[in-house]
Design a protein around this ligand. Structure first.
Ligand SMILES: [Zn+2]
Ligand SMILES: [Zn+2]
Length: 105
């Protein structure tokens, strides 16, 4: 029997077109970022929203579908954070790496 192809279109990030290998959905990530911000700039903690998807791979934490990889989503947050406070953005990079540092530094 032929093995079902795992890497179908659904498993790819809509932004970078890479396979989503560590599926944590934007919602779960946004919550983690929110927790992290609560101790730094509480007023920003609720600022980050997340896109919702009907198809795609399932988040390993909550089971929601997701179409964007953690890397691309966190880069988005990083970019908006950089505009507000570059120092915090640098700290964010230390905490939520996901391959971002390799790309940005
Ligand atoms: Zn991506
Ligand atoms: Zn999730």
């Amino acid at each position: 029997m032929k093995q079902a192809q795992i890497q179908n279109e659904d498993a790819l990030c809509i932004v970078c077109r890479e396979a989503i290998t560590n599926p944590l959905c934007p919602e779960c990530l946004a919550k983690e970022v929110g927790e992290w911000l609560r101790y730094r700039i509480p007023s920003l903690a609720g600022e980050f929203t997340w896109p919702r998807y009907e198809t795609g791979v399932k988040c390993i934490k909550c089971g929601s579908h997701m179409g964007i990889c953690a890397h691309c989503y966190l880069k988005d947050i990083y970019d908006s954070m950089w505009e507000i406070t570059p120092m915090l953005a640098a700290e964010f990079l230390e905490t939520f790496d996901f391959g971002l540092r390799r790309e940005l530094l």
